[in-house]
Design a protein around this ligand. Structure first.
Ligand SMILES: Nc1ncnc2c1ncn2[C@@H]1O[C@H](COP(=O)(O)OP(=O)(O)OP(=O)(O)O)[C@@H](O)[C@H]1O
Length: 217
């Protein structure tokens, strides 16, 4: 399974030009605000059409992009995780859907909160439900836009380990401003002003490049 791309997209004054190859495992896309991370993920998800170039999906039969997710305040949190099955593939809910949602809620430590109303959860708890929904889709290509923005301390590492396990047979791409996350991913694409300024194995990603790519602690 792989994704190859060589794309160009203009949005107003901004121009994205990016090429690369994704394989099973977790790839982090890093870069300062406005460098083109979301634009690239949406192109790979098929939500945004490039002006030029191509994306080739080898053996990828399902693609899911998860960014901001609106949830009605009264919705039970467990339904949000379950929506990862129905939202991306509309059909009646079956037992295996419920089991998948439960499995990922458990892995992310939020199963005990499944009966709570959305409005009563903390930002980090909501974010873990949204990630559980994304994982429950079991998409071959999972594109997560800033999944760590509300997660602190150990939780970023714990969520990364769950993503890594999911990605043993699937392709996961995450955008992040958190440098500590890179220790758990396999590949890095660093963007700046719409261009890929570095790509390769995460273990050889140099701190001198990191400090210029908008990281937070
Ligand atoms: N529809 C649009 N029209 C004009 N410019 C746009 C449009 N959509 C995005 N842009 C611009 O494209 C650039 C890249 O945006 P993008 O959301 O991909 O960046 P990003 O790296 O994900 O940023 P952030 O870290 O802030 O989320 C930004 O300068 C943004 O203002």
């Amino acid at each position: 399974m792989y994704v190859e791309f060589d794309v160009e997209k203009r949005l107003g004054d901004f121009l994205l030009r990016a090429a690369g190859r994704l394989e099973p495992g977790v790839t982090c896309v890093v870069g300062p605000n406005g460098s083109g991370k979301t634009t690239l993920l949406k192109i790979l998800a098929g939500l945004l059409k490039p002006d030029g170039g191509w994306v080739k999906y080898g053996g990828v039969s399902s693609r899911v992009y998860v960014g901001d997710l609106y949830v009605p305040p009264d919705a039970p949190a467990g339904e949000v995780a379950l929506s990862g099955r129905s939202r991306f593939s509309p059909r009646p809910v079956e037992r295996e859907d419920v089991e998948a949602a439960r499995r990922y809620m458990e892995a992310l430590g939020v199963l005990r909160l499944a009966g709570r109303r959305w409005s009563t959860l903390s930002g980090g708890e909501r974010q873990r439900f949204v990630i559980a929904a994304a994982l429950a889709s079991e998409a071959d290509l999972l594109l997560l836009d800033e999944p760590f923005s509300n997660l602190y301390g150990d939780w970023r590492g714990r969520v990364m380990r769950v993503l890594k396990s999911y990605a043993s047979r699937r392709i996961v791409v995450v955008t992040t401003h958190h440098m500590d996350v890179l220790g758990c991913c396999q590949w890095v694409y660093a963007l700046r002003d719409g261009a890929v300024v570095w790509s390769g194995d995460a273990s050889s990603y140099k701190p001198s490049v990191e400090t210029t790519c908008g990281f937070e602690n």
